[in-house]
Design a protein around this ligand. Structure first.
Ligand code: NAD
Length: 356
């Protein structure tokens, strides 16, 4: 018998196709009369659509969300929220737009409705990563957790294939790390395995047809479950590496996850061989870490840090950063092995697995 603690995270989740049409009703349920709709510059049209659906409850469309939630962007949005007497936030987009909403909510406690259009999973976590003077810090607080999430499959059809596969690998990482987290518990493990199963199968199908609605629905469902894992379990080596490598060397977020994930699981597999087996089974593969690498290759997701802009001469520093203030991890961090991991991820090699 294993002792465990499970803490549920409260959120109202609406899932389906065309669910965005319920935005006005959901805003009304939260008592929102003057909503600020948030997007990146690239998704201003989606924001305009939502403004239209909100009618009188849409006060401001703000299209300045940016990657890694820079504090200056948040400050500017806070000023507008204040001067426009905003009483609720609606974010439509990926993790960057969700991040801006969370950053405002953390400082104002305004209610949030998130409409995710990638598979990042941020919409169901109480976690906020912000950048101040180029340094990224992460905080977790109940005010950050969005109240309502509207998953609309239709809004994910436009996600380009390259972002789809990288974002999908990002989500898989949340589930994989939840399986061996210190906070691992049977409920999270169920969600993690189902998330990996649904999302990995869907990604293989989306590669053949990005507009396949059933596959897109399964991918969104799987990414929701993976996001729930991130929200409830502490993260370990993989997320720490992505945080330091991605944050310190300015690499694209989801792509970094994709290149590192098979190697992080391979590193930990000797300490938690049962997790490698669970991942393998969820992937429908013979092996876990190697199965993740095979999946990335099959769907064309990034497998190499070099290919996404990481420099060979930064490997040593990345290892030092990962060793500094390490997260809890099922296997102790050892610098020589981390260097091997980073070298393999740099080159896009298959991971060194316990079965080799
Ligand atoms: P993103 O939000 O940066 O999106 C990348 C680009 O794709 C943006 O221009 C966006 O507008 C566009 N885009 C998004 N959906 C689209 C769609 N359906 N069609 C066309 N274009 C679309 O990318 P991301 O990977 O979702 O988010 C990355 C950010 O999220 C990082 O800052 C990361 O730290 C954060 N994140 C946070 C958490 C958390 O729990 N706090 C979890 C995961 C990611």
């Amino acid at each position: 018998m294993k002792t465990f603690t499970y803490t549920g995270l409260p959120a109202r989740v609406i899932f389906g196709a065309g669910t965005i049409l319920r935005i006005a009703e959901e805003a009304d349920r939260l008592g929102i009369r003057r909503a600020m709709v948030l997007t990146t510059p690239a998704q201003f049209a989606e924001g305009g659509h939502i403004m239209g659906l909100l009618g009188g409850a849409g006060a401001v469309l703000h299209t300045r969300a940016a990657m890694h939630t820079p504090i200056e962007v948040t400050q500017a949005a806070l000023e507008i929220a204040d001067s426009e007497q905003i009483d609720g936030l609606i974010a439509v987009g990926g993790g960057s737009t969700t991040g801006l909403s969370k950053a405002i909510a953390h400082r104002t406690d305004l209610p949030q409705i998130i409409v995710p259009t990638t598979y990042a999973g941020s919409e169901v976590t109480p976690i906020l990563g912000e950048t101040h003077n180029g340094i990224k810090t992460t905080i977790s607080d109940p005010t950050i957790l969005p109240e309502v999430v509207i998953y609309d499959v239709e809004l994910t059809l436009s996600l380009p294939l390259a972002m789809t596969v990288a974002s999908g690998m990002n989500a898989l990482a949340h589930a994989v790390e939840a399986l061996y987290a210190r906070e691992a518990n049977p409920v999270l493990s169920l969600m993690a395995q189902e998330g990996i199963r649904a999302l990995s199968k869907a990604l293989r199908e989306i590669v053949n047809d990005v507009t396949n609605r059933d596959a897109r629905a399964d991918a969104l469902y799987g990414s929701w479950l993976c996001g729930m894992c991130l929200g409830s379990a502490g993260m370990s080596l993989h997320h720490k590496l992505c945080h330091t490598v991605g944050g310190s060397f300015d690499l694209p977020h989801a792509e970094t996850h994709s290149a590192i994930l098979p190697h992080a699981l391979a590193y930990n597999a000797s300490a938690v061989p049962e997790v490698d087996k669970l991942v393998a089974s969820a992937l429908g593969s013979r092996r876990g870490a190697a199965g993740l690498h095979e999946l990335a290759v099959a769907i064309g997701a990034p497998t190499s840090l070099q290919a996404i802009g990481f420099r060979f001469e930064d490997i040593e520093r990345a290892a030092d950063l990962a060793m500094a203030k390490p997260y809890w991890n099922p296997r102790p961090l050892e610098r020589p092995e981390l260097l091997t991991l980073l070298n393999n991820a740099f080159a896009g090699n298959a991971p060194e697995t316990i079965n080799d």
